[in-house]
Structure formats: structure tokens, C-alpha cells
Design a protein around this ligand. Structure first.
Ligand code: HEM
Length: 134
């Protein structure tokens, strides 16, 4: 579907409101992961420090949404599945990641239609990244 025809924005990056809004989303995502008991298994896969992950998710999302390619400029192709091999990504982790991101999108005031589309796209990516059956 051509998002420009429907929304007037040429990319999801424009639609979300640019870098400041992507930063707010990545920050809220990792704050929630740290705070909410419902995301404890997801939190446990991460190290004690979330600073690098927070920064990298922000860079990645800018490019993934059709904005500046900060992540690939620094690290090359994302190869997300390969980069996640050291971490347990099973059904619980996948579902907590998706729920955490959905809550972050709500709290960061991502427009409703965009949030619905991104939830679908995140599901595809997160499910493909699973490296355990359970
Ligand atoms: C499905 C469950 C997921 C789990 C359990 C998970 C877990 C992790 C962990 C533990 C890290 C390392 C953090 C660090 O360096 O301190 C990481 C990095 C990262 N994750 Fe995920 N993740 C998941 C899904 C996703 C999804 C769906 C995306 C993108 C849409 C994503 C994007 C990233 C990026 C860009 C990095 C940084 C990679 C790097 O350059 O090191 N993750 N993730």
C-alpha cells in the first residue's frame, strides 16, 4: 500500500514525527523493559546495562522506518537474526518484546494507524528472529 496516498507522509519515519519521536520511542521501550514485571524474562536476556541497546535500537529504527541510516553507517547490514543468536529468543521473549514495544508506542503517542502497521511488521521480524522452539 502506498502510504503517501493514504497519509500524506512519504515514510513511516516522517509519519512518526522524525528523530525526536523515534528517540522517545526507543527510550520508552527500554524504560518499560526495566520497570514492568511483565517483561522480566525479556529483561533477563539483556545485560545489566541497557545504554548501548537503547542507542542501537534508536539508530536501527530510524533506518528501518525509512529515515537516516545511522545504524548501517556504523555497523553495516543489521543481520538481526545473526546478531541475536547469543540471546535466547523464544516465544516468551518474542511476545514480551512485542508487548513492550506496543506499550511504548502507545505511551509515546505513535499515531494509532501507524502503530497497527508497525505491530504487524514487528511481529514478522520478531518471529523470524526466534532461535528456540519455546
Ligand atoms: C524477539 C525478542 C527479542 C529479544 C529477546 C531481543 C534481545 C536483544 C538483546 C539481548 C540485545 C543486546 C543488547 C545489548 O547489546 O546490550 C539486542 C540487540 C538489538 N536488538 Fe533485539 N531482541 C528481540 C527482538 C528485536 C526486534 C524485533 C528488533 C527490531 C525490530 C530488535 C533490534 C535490536 C537491535 C537493532 C539490537 C542491537 C544489535 C547490535 O548492533 O548489537 N530486537 N536484542
Amino acid at each position: 500500500m502506498n502510504i503517501e496516498e493514504k497519509t500524506g507522509f512519504s515514510t513511516p519515519f516522517e509519519w512518526i514525527g522524525g528523530e525526536a519521536r523515534v528517540r522517545a520511542l526507543a527510550d520508552r521501550f527500554y524504560d518499560l523493559m526495566d520497570l514492568e514485571p511483565g517483561y522480566a524474562q525479556l529483561r533477563a536476556v539483556h545485560g545489566s546495562e541497557l545504554h548501548d541497546a537503547r542507542q542501537k535500537l534508536f539508530w536501527f529504527l530510524c533506518g528501518w522506518l525509512g529515515g537516516p541510516q545511522h545504524y548501517t553507517e556504523r555497523f553495516g547490514h543489521p543481520r538481526l537474526k545473526q546478531r541475536h543468536l547469543p540471546f535466547k529468543v523464544g516465544l516468551i521473549e518474542r511476545d514480551q518484546w512485542l508487548a513492550c514495544m506496543d506499550q511504548a508506542m502507545q505511551e509515546a503517542a505513535v499515531p494509532e494507524d501507524l502503530r497497527a502497521r508497525l505491530n504487524k511488521a514487528f511481529f514478522q521480524t520478531a518471529d523470524w528472529m526466534r532461535n528456540q522452539a519455546h
